[in-house]
Design a protein around this ligand. Structure first.
Ligand SMILES: *Cc1c(COP(=O)(O)O)cnc(C)c1O
Length: 433
């Protein structure tokens, strides 16, 4: 796989460089120069394959020349080692549960796959790799988990102080070992800007081997394509209607992965990008103008992104053709009140507990199906509701069941270093490690 920078088509690198750098030298995002198609026959029997078999086929199609088959199979089997079941909620609407990994959010897929890819590409290097990741809540713990105790790797997590849930903060700050949490006095966008600045700082990059772990890293997007294929495999024999998938979106990595899957030949007819009050993308579709905003806080905090990074990749996939984007993707924004109401109604009517992010996905697909009744709808449930106990409790007055692996980190001592959003502070800190 060859990749180019979204800021300069001539800037082409191999997969190893793209994975270890995360972001191109010019500040652009890496995009594959070519997205290969999977042959039609694969889809004829896809329902007979396991999740891991499907993942391997997709990965092999994308990465055939970069990683030996045996190694790739091992990476898949170790990272895609939990299920993503499709659950029926009501007639024509299914929920793809992506939260069965170790940190209970879909970010586990990307983080686990990426950490193994980084280790593989790093295996002959003597210099310690620093994984720098900004997190709006769920990325951090997934990344930390993926890299935990891997020698030669140190993980630095930047999270916005007071803007992640208490459970998320516990997950981020209690791992110890090779994981360091930085509590930034600012927003997620500030954290993301700090990371981006660090990657373009010549002085720092001379000294340290920095690797990015945000959804800007292409190694996170690759495994996120797998579950769209698996979702299709699960729904294929249930209905022949055209398929619409709704992705609750923040930084739009998950949506970009869906677009890559579609480009590879997966029969997704329509994508719906549902957002919270951070409505940069729906406004873009409506007006044709992309205007980044400051992020606003919502109860679906992992989607509080005012300047979605992966927007640049979406433009590349569609070669900047707005009409084509509008043909494939629709988008709508929902507020906190609607989100709580949806959690309440879904519990009452369907006995299913949604988390606030999944609730936005559910609203998105419902609205879409109301206007387009000939479709089958899938929405992604991106986190376990137990990660957002307080919010869910506010809606339905009971606590969602607490999985053991989450309960374990709740009574550990928090450890973090507080910094402002001034880059010099981060730089000084990085120089000491
Ligand atoms: C990160 C996250 C999202 C948003 O995904 P993007 O790829 O950034 O659009 C949605 N829900 C949850 C629970 C998340 O952690």
């Amino acid at each position: 796989m060859k990749l180019y920078s979204t800021l300069n088509k001539e800037n082409v690198v191999d997969l190893k460089t793209a994975v270890l750098k995360g972001l191109a030298d010019d500040g652009g995002l890496f995009m594959p120069t070519k997205i290969p198609k999977i042959e039609k026959e694969f889809f004829e029997n896809i329902e007979k394959l396991s999740f891991q078999e499907i993942a391997f086929k997709v990965a092999k199609t994308l990465l055939a020349d970069d990683i030996p088959e045996k190694t790739l199979k091992k990476i898949i089997n170790e990272s895609i080692n939990f299920d993503a079941p499709l659950v029926k909620i009501e007639e024509n609407i299914y929920c793809l549960e992506l939260f069965h990994g170790p940190t209970l959010a879909f970010k586990d897929f990307g983080a686990r796959f990426m950490s193994r890819l980084v280790s593989y590409f790093n295996k002959n290097s003597k210099k310690e790799s620093i994984i720098l990741a900004a997190t709006s809540g769920d990325t951090g713990s997934a990344v930390a988990h993926g890299f935990y105790n891997i020698s030669g790797i140190k993980v630095i997590l930047l999270y916005p102080s007071g803007k992640v849930s208490q459970i998320q903060e516990q997950q981020l700050t209690t791992m110890g070992g090779n994981i360091q949490a930085l509590e930034i006095k600012g927003t997620f966008d500030d954290c993301q800007d700090l990371v981006k600045t660090a990657f373009t700082d010549k002085d720092l990059n001379k000294k340290l081997k920095l690797t990015s772990a945000n959804s800007i890293n292409i190694a996170r997007l690759i495994p996120q394509t797998f579950y769209y294929f698996y979702a299709y495999a699960q729904i294929k024999n249930l209905s022949k209607k055209p398929l619409a998938i709704c992705v609750p979106s923040g930084n739009f990595g998950n949506l970009t992965a869906a677009l890559i899957a579609k480009k590879m030949g997966l029969p997704i007819k329509k994508l719906v990008a549902a957002t919270n009050a951070n409505d940069t993308f729906p406004i873009f579709l409506e007006t044709g103008h992309f205007k980044a905003k400051d992020s606003v806080e919502t109860i679906s905090n992992a989607m509080d992104v005012g300047n979605p990074s992966n927007f640049a990749r979406i433009l590349e996939i569609y070669k900047f053709d707005l009409d084509k984007i509008r043909k494939d993707i629709s988008s709508k924004s929902y507020n906190d009140e609607e989100t709580l109401e949806t959690i309440r109604e879904t519990y009452q009517n369907h006995d299913y507990i949604l988390d606030p992010h999944g609730a936005i996905g559910y609203m998105g697909i419902k609205d879409f199906l109301n206007k387009n009744p000939k479709y089958n709808g899938i929405f992604l449930e991106t986190a376990d509701p137990a990660k957002f106990t307080d919010i869910v409790n506010k809606a339905i007055e009971i606590n969602p069941p607490m999985p053991q692996r989450l309960a374990k980190c709740l009574n550990k001592e928090k450890e973090s270093l507080v910094l402002t959003s001034n880059f010099d502070e981060l730089k000084s800190f990085l120089k000491t490690i």
